[in-house]
Design a protein around this ligand. Structure first.
Ligand code: HXC
Length: 267
């Protein structure tokens, strides 16, 4: 499909020792002139492309990154600047972000600024890695607004109250290194040049596993943010039981016992 604001492509592992059975879908935010500001039109492309990859059986995970010097510098300021309360309220502005529900793992490869909605987008992904030059922040208060796509909710879960408050109330950015220390991201890669490669490596590692188990694991981890411990443990255990109804479980354990590589069927 021809998108106006993003680029999409797909990658397959070329490692002969570890042939991942599933490929990785790549989405590159491609409005570098406005630092990939997240206009409604860009977000529409993004959600559409993610849904398309989610449906493709030979894709195991999705990587999102940005072209140019930003991952995304936030919602599009010109687009928002003249909106009235009634317009924002009546259109339920940014409610489409809550529709970003994708069953396959999404890796954010943060290549530069991840600010406002850009930081929120990264936090909506499942794994976040970043290049050393990346910067994270929720600068909305500089504009007389607050985060509007989960920043006040997800940041506190990621880094705790004091750090979340400091970022949200001062609007100050943190470095990639600080973001890793704070637990906002899982890794700072060595350089900008290897960022995509590293993200794809994670994607290939995921693509070697049983796809039903991968999607179920994501669902269970995400459930931890919604459920209390008792419910979460029950949800996990029931899903665990359900996997014994899949042929991939028989294949995975059978392959281990036969000392061979499993061949997944996604069933
Ligand atoms: C639209 C943006 C933009 C944005 C940058 N640009 N951020 N356009 N929306 N969010 C544009 C600039 O206007 C400029 O356009 C071009 O990108 C390059 O940016 P510069 O400012 O010249 O670059 P630099 O000096 O390097 O500064 C980078 C920056 C700064 C620190 C990231 O651009 C900045 O502070 N941007 C705003 C970040 C922000 O406030 N984000 C939160 C938005 S609110 P021209 O035409 O002049 O070259 C938000 C709410 C979330 O996200 C709600 C839920 C989605």
């Amino acid at each position: 499909k021809d998108y106006q604001h993003i680029l999409t492509s797909r990658f397959e592992s070329k490692d002969p020792e570890k042939p991942a059975s599933l490929g990785v879908g790549l989405i590159e935010l491609n409005q570098p002139k406005s630092l990939n500001s997240l206009s409604d039109a860009l977000f529409e492309d993004l959600i559409d492309a993610a849904r398309v990859f989610d449906k493709q059986e030979d894709i195991g995970s999705i990587v999102i990154t940005g072209k140019g010097k930003a991952f995304a510098a936030g919602a599009d300021i010109p687009e928002m600047s003249t909106k009235s309360f009634a317009e924002a309220y009546n259109s339920n502005m940014f409610s489409q972000w809550a529709e970003f529900k994708i069953s396959k793992p999404i890796i954010a490869a943060v290549n530069g600024f991840a600010l406002g909605g850009g930081c929120e987008l990264a936090m909506m992904c499942d794994i976040v890695i970043a290049s050393p030059n990346a910067k994270f922040g929720q600068p909305e208060v500089n504009l007389g607004i607050i985060p509007g796509a989960g920043g006040t909710q997800r940041l506190i879960r990621a880094v705790g109250k004091s750090k979340a408050m400091q970022m949200i109330l001062t609007g100050e950015m943190i470095t990639a290194e600080q973001a890793e220390r704070d637990g906002l991201i899982s890794k700072v890669v060595e350089s900008r040049e290897v960022l995509l490669e590293e993200a794809l490596k994670i994607g290939y590692a995921i693509g070697e596993k049983g796809p039903i188990a991968i999607r179920m694991a994501k669902e269970c981890v995400n459930a931890a943010e919604e459920m209390n411990l008792e419910q979460g443990l029950q949800f996990e255990r029931r899903n665990f039981h359900a996997l014994f109804a899949t042929s991939d479980q028989k294949e995975g354990m059978g392959a281990f016992l036969d000392k061979r590589t499993p061949v997944w069927k996604n069933e």
